[in-house]
Design a protein around this ligand. Structure first.
Ligand code: SF4
Length: 264
């Protein structure tokens, strides 16, 4: 990818650079999807456990994860070109970034890519931690096949702040799910990774807002072990916690008629 602007400071911690990408609609091996779109490299949410930080190996960034964002400014134009030759398939938005991270307010690349996909009615699956997705409800409503999900990893705002210091509050994510659901959009919650949580309030909080829930354990414990220990939350890293709390979540959601996929 070619850099077209000198780095500028997006906020006190995040270094932003505009780049030209060579491709934006990328084939993926992720089950259930054919393509993925990531309009940004890096993510201003900077979750401590983020698996996508492996991207640094390919991009050469030396900054800590969460402190750089490369903006693929040509993403919408590139997508339009690629769509002329692409076979129909399900497009996953945001497999190594959050497509509604704060910088999307300025660049609107996710919105413009959605507009291009809409013209061709490609099926879309979109996952985010941000209520900024509500901005694009007008587009979501025009897709024949779209699912929009919010990652909600705990019911506890204090726990969220420890592990996801720069991501939006849980209450705003719940508000987003409510708005999407009320507009008749297919919604899901991704409880992954399961941070320290209590299944009962978790299920109550999501009651009536989602069609499906996906549940996953913490897959990269070594990245965050020290944070768990420092916060005296280490019992929530044990296998028993994931299995017992995961099972209770599944049972409680199923009682509410919500379809559950356990990913571990
Ligand atoms: S929002 Fe997603 S991509 Fe961004 S830092 Fe958090 S886990 Fe990683």
């Amino acid at each position: 990818m070619l850099s077209i602007s000198p780095p500028l400071r997006y906020n006190i911690n995040v270094k932003v650079k505009e780049i030209f990408a060579k491709a934006i609609l990328t084939k993926t091996a992720i089950s259930g999807f054919d393509y993925c779109i990531n309009p940004y490299v890096g993510c201003g949410h900077g979750c401590r456990y983020c698996y996508a930080s492996f991207m640094k190996r390919f991009t050469g960034h030396l900054e800590p994860w969460g402190e750089f964002i490369d903006v693929k400014v040509n993403a919408p134009d590139l997508l339009k070109k690629q769509l002329k030759r692409a076979k129909q398939g399900v497009v996953a938005f945001g497999t190594v970034t959050d497509v509604y991270q704060p910088i999307e307010k300025k660049y609107q690349l996710t919105r413009k890519c959605l507009e291009a996909l809409l013209e061709n009615q490609f099926p879309v699956n979109l996952l985010t931690r941000s209520s900024l997705c509500m901005r694009d409800i007008d587009l979501f409503k025009q897709f024949k096949n779209i699912e929009v999900g919010l990652s909600i990893t705990t019911h506890d705002e204090i726990v969220k702040k420890i592990f996801e210091p720069s991501s939006p509050s849980i209450s705003t994510r719940i508000g987003a799910l409510r708005a999407l659901h009320e507009e008749g959009i297919q919604t899901f919650a991704f409880i992954g990774p399961m941070l320290p949580l209590d299944p009962k309030p978790m299920v109550t909080m999501l009651d009536g807002l989602i069609d499906e829930v996906l549940i996953d354990r913490m897959n990269y414990p070594n990245k965050v072990k020290s944070i768990y220990y420092k916060a005296k939350l280490d019992k929530y890293l044990e296998d028993d916690y994931f299995h017992i709390a995961g099972k209770e979540l599944k049972e409680r959601f199923e009682k509410k008629g919500v379809s559950v996929s356990m990913i571990f």
